[in-house]
Design a protein around this ligand. Structure first.
Ligand SMILES: Nc1ncnc2c1ncn2[C@@H]1O[C@H](COP(=O)(O)OP(=O)(O)OP(=O)(O)O)[C@@H](O)[C@H]1O
Ligand code: SF4
Ligand SMILES: [Mg+2]
Length: 324
C-alpha cells in the first residue's frame, strides 16, 4: 500500500529554542516498494518516522504537511483513526528494541497485543500465531521462550521478537527504524533476509531507515539521502550509487568500510552536522563540502531531477558546475 509524503515539517518548540528536526520532506513510497532513508545520526530519520504515526507529542512538536495513506492524512487525522491504522495497517520496528518492550511484561503479552486490540481474536489463537511467527523469525523453542521477559532475550532475539510483534497483524506498510544497527553482521544479514521474506509474503511497502549505506544498497529499491532534516538526493538505488549527484552522498559512500582497501577503510566526513536549532538559508552541507562557495551558502536547496527518477538538491550539480 503506497504512502505519499508532501512537505512534512516537524519542529520542537522548546522554552528557549526551536529544533527544526524535519524541514519539509516529500517523497512517495509505491506499492510493495522498499524505500531507504539514509543519513548520519541526528539528521531527522526517526523523527520523520515517528511523525508519520503521530508518535511525537504535540506540544512541544508542531507537525505540518501531508502523509497520505489510503486517502487519510496520517499527520492530521483524529486520534481514533490513527489508532485504527497504527499497529494494524502500518507497523513500526523501533530503533532500540530493549526500550521498546515493557521490561515488566512477558514477551507473549506484548507480541500479541496488536492482534488482540485490532482483530479481536482469542488469546489462544493470537498466541499460536505469535509462536508461529517467532519460529519463522528463527527463534527455536518459541512456545517456551515467548513466556520470558525482554531482559532474558539477546539483542538479536529481541530484534526478532520486535519483528514478530510488528508483523503479527500482517500490515500493508512497515516502517523499520535501524532494525539491524545493534547487531553483528551475521545476525544483520539474517534479519534483512527475514524482512525481505515477510515483505514478499505480506506484499508490504517498507520505509527502511539506516545510517549504513552498504545495507541500503543491498536492501532498498530507492534511496533518500537525508541531512539536517531535508532530503539531499533521492533515486533508484543503482542510479544513486553509480551516478551519485550530491557531495554528501559521495562522502557517505566513501565512509562505507572496504575490505579490499583496508588502508582506506575508516573514512569520515569532517566537521559536524548542521545545527538543528538554526533555520536554513542555503545548502545545509556547505560548511563540510569541498565544493561550496558563496552561492551555495545563500541559495535555498530544492530537489530537482538530474536524470529520470533521480533528483539532487546540490545547486552546483544542477548547474553542471561540478561532477563527482
Ligand atoms: N523530543 C525531542 N525534543 C527535541 N528535539 C528532539 C526530540 N527528538 C529528536 N530531537 C532532535 O531532532 C533531531 C533529529 O533527531 P532524530 O532522532 O530524528 O535523528 P536520527 O536521524 O534518527 O539519528 P540516529 O541515526 O542517531 O537515530 C536531532 O537534532 C534531535 O536532537
Ligand atoms: S550546494 Fe554547494 S555546498 Fe551544497 S553540496 Fe552542492 S556544492 Fe556542496
Ligand atoms: Mg534514529
Amino acid at each position: 500500500m503506497p504512502i505519499e509524503l508532501n512537505n512534512v515539517v516537524t519542529s520542537f518548540h522548546l522554552r528557549k529554542s526551536v529544533i527544526y528536526a524535519v524541514r519539509g520532506v516529500s517523497f512517495t513510497v509505491k506499492d510493495k516498494e522498499i524505500i531507504g532513508i539514509v543519513g548520519e545520526s541526528g539528521s531527522g530519520k526517526s523523527v520523520l518516522a515517528l511523525s508519520l504515526l503521530q508518535l511525537i507529542p504535540r506540544p512541544p512538536a508542531i507537525i505540518s504537511g501531508e502523509a497520505v495513506f489510503d486517502n487519510v492524512n496520517l499527520l492530521s487525522c483524529d486520534p481514533s483513526q490513527i489508532r485504527s491504522i497504527r499497529g494494524k495497517r502500518i507497523s513500526m520496528i523501533f530503533q532500540d528494541p530493549l526500550s521498546a518492550f515493557n521490561p515488566f511484561m512477558q514477551l507473549s503479552d506484548q507480541i500479541i497485543e496488536p492482534l488482540i486490540y485490532h482483530d479481536r481474536v482469542s488469546k489462544k489463537e493470537a498466541l499460536e500465531f505469535a509462536v508461529d511467527l517467532l519460529t519463522q523469525t528463527g527463534i527455536s523453542d518459541a512456545h517456551h521462550k515467548i513466556n520470558t521477559y525482554p531482559h532474558q532475550f539477546s539483542g538479536g532475539m529481541l530484534q526478532r521478537a520486535m519483528i514478530a510483534m510488528a508483523l503479527i497483524t500482517k500490515p500493508a506498510f512497515l516502517i523499520a527504524d535501524e532494525p539491524t544497527t545493534a547487531l553483528d553482521v551475521t545476525t544483520q544479514a539474517q534479519i534483512l533476509d527475514l524482512l525481505k521474506m515477510f515483505q514478499q509474503k505480506f506484499l508490504m511497502s517498507i520505509i527502511f531507515i539506516t545510517h549504513n549505506l552498504g545495507i541500503a544498497a543491498t536492501f532498498c529499491d530507492r534511496i533518500n539521502v537525508m541531512y539536517a532534516g531535508t532530503i539531499l538526493e533521492c533515486g533508484v538505488t543503482n542510479e544513486v550509487f553509480r551516478h551519485t549527484a550530491h557531495p554528501y552522498t559521495k562522502a557517505l559512500i566513501r565512509c562505507v568500510p572496504s575490505l579490499d582497501n583496508p588502508a582506506d577503510s575508516l573514512q569520515m566526513i569532517s566537521g559536524s552536522l548542521f545545527d538543528s536549532s538554526q533555520p536554513l538559508t542555503g545548502c545545509p552541507f556547505a560548511a563540510r563540502c569541498d565544493y561550496s562557495n558563496e552561492y551555495c551558502r545563500s541559495t535555498p536547496c530544492t530537489l530537482e531531477e538530474v536524470a529520470p527518477g533521480h533528483a539532487s538538491a546540490c545547486v552546483r550539480i544542477k548547474k553542471g558546475e561540478i561532477s563527482l
